[in-house]
Design a protein around this ligand. Structure first.
Ligand SMILES: Nc1nc2c(ncn2[C@@H]2O[C@H](COP(=O)(O)OP(=O)(O)O)[C@@H](O)[C@H]2O)c(=O)[nH]1
Ligand SMILES: [Mg+2]
Length: 291
């Protein structure tokens, strides 16, 4: 995870090899290059370099590489902390707590729904899943199978049926049984298919989710921002779950998302197993990218 990012930081600023003269413009170029190579967008990289420059400008003592790393870390911490969410997913304060998952195909929605069900179940909560991806062949079966594996009920209708009514039934099911969560999977094509966009809006209208989450694949890097902006226009969402960080050597998507989308990242997916999801933590991320 983010190996390349950390390696580049290490190579650029070897802690015990600070040169006798440090030129600030060279420092800034190095930071900018590290960020661009990590697939942080050009604008975001520029903003971070600016913030980093301001920080170094306030430093009174002699600058060495150790200090550079500390200030770089502090800069990124400031950017990410600004989007810190106060969501307490395990005690949301409403039941059933209805969560709608959006995202294009293949980002990991269905897997994420099952992972989060596992997560809340492990914490003593009761949950039902709504198989509202009725569009893609196999999607209902996929969620049903996952539900069986983790011992969680899945509400489903036949293929091609109205996804909103599946969501509605799942919510009724949860109300009748005093369940804590309803997690709604959805079909995820966008832009290309007006029907699916309208369907997505309808699911949202009908299910009135307490939380709408956009699932993004970290491998697409800064394109995640464009994808998210497209979604935002049609079906506004509250925050993000970023998947597949385990296969992401670059790691810059997190920074670009924080600076350009200004939305919190609630959880990150770090593998294919049901346990491979963790609440996003700024310090966890900083430890992984900066030595
Ligand atoms: N390595 C890895 N693979 C993941 C992660 N999350 C999902 N996947 C995989 O991504 C693929 C697509 O997932 P799926 O949930 O079907 O995506 P959906 O089309 O958005 O519902 C599957 O092979 C998942 O196992 C993750 O955090 N790490
Ligand atoms: Mg799916």
């Amino acid at each position: 995870m983010f190996d390349r990012f950390k390696k580049r930081v290490k190579e650029s600023f070897p802690e015990d090899e600070t040169p006798s003269v440090i030129r600030k413009d060279e420092l800034e170029d190095k930071v900018r290059n590290i960020l661009l190579e990590a697939d942080v967008s050009y604008d975001s990289a520029g903003k971070i370099v600016e913030m980093f420059r301001d920080r170094l400008g306030k430093v009174k003592k002699k600058i060495d590489y150790q200090l550079v790393l500390e200030e770089l870390k502090e800069t990124i911490r400031e950017v990410l902390s600004a989007q810190d969410s106060d969501l307490d997913f395990l005690s949301p304060g409403k039941s059933p707590y209805v969560v709608l998952f959006l995202g294009i195909n293949g980002t990991g929605k269905t897997t994420t729904v099952a992972k989060l069900a596992t997560y809340v179940k492990k914490n003593g909560k009761r949950v039902v899943l709504a198989a509202s991806d009725t569009f893609r062949a196999g999607a209902i079966e996929q969620l049903t199978q996952l539900g069986e594996n983790i011992g969680v009920n899945v509400i489903k209708h036949v293929a091609k049926s109205d996804p909103s009514s599946v969501a509605y039934d799942a919510i009724e099911h949860a109300r009748a049984r005093n369940l804590d969560y309803v997690l709604i999977d959805s079909a995820g094509r966008m832009q290309t298919n007006r029907n699916l966009i309208d369907e997505m809006k309808k699911i949202k209208r009908v299910s009135k989710p307490d939380l709408t989450v956009l699932v993004l694949d970290s491998m697409i890097g800064q394109d995640a921002v464009h994808q998210a902006e497209t979604f935002m226009k049609e079906t506004p969402f509250d925050g993000i779950i970023l998947t597949k960080l385990d296969t992401d050597a670059r790691g810059g998507a997190i920074i670009t998302i924080a600076l350009e989308l200004e939305k919190p990242i609630y959880f990150v997916g770090i593998g294919q197993k049901m346990d491979d999801i963790i609440p996003f933590d700024v310090e966890w991320y900083l430890d992984k990218i900066i030595p």
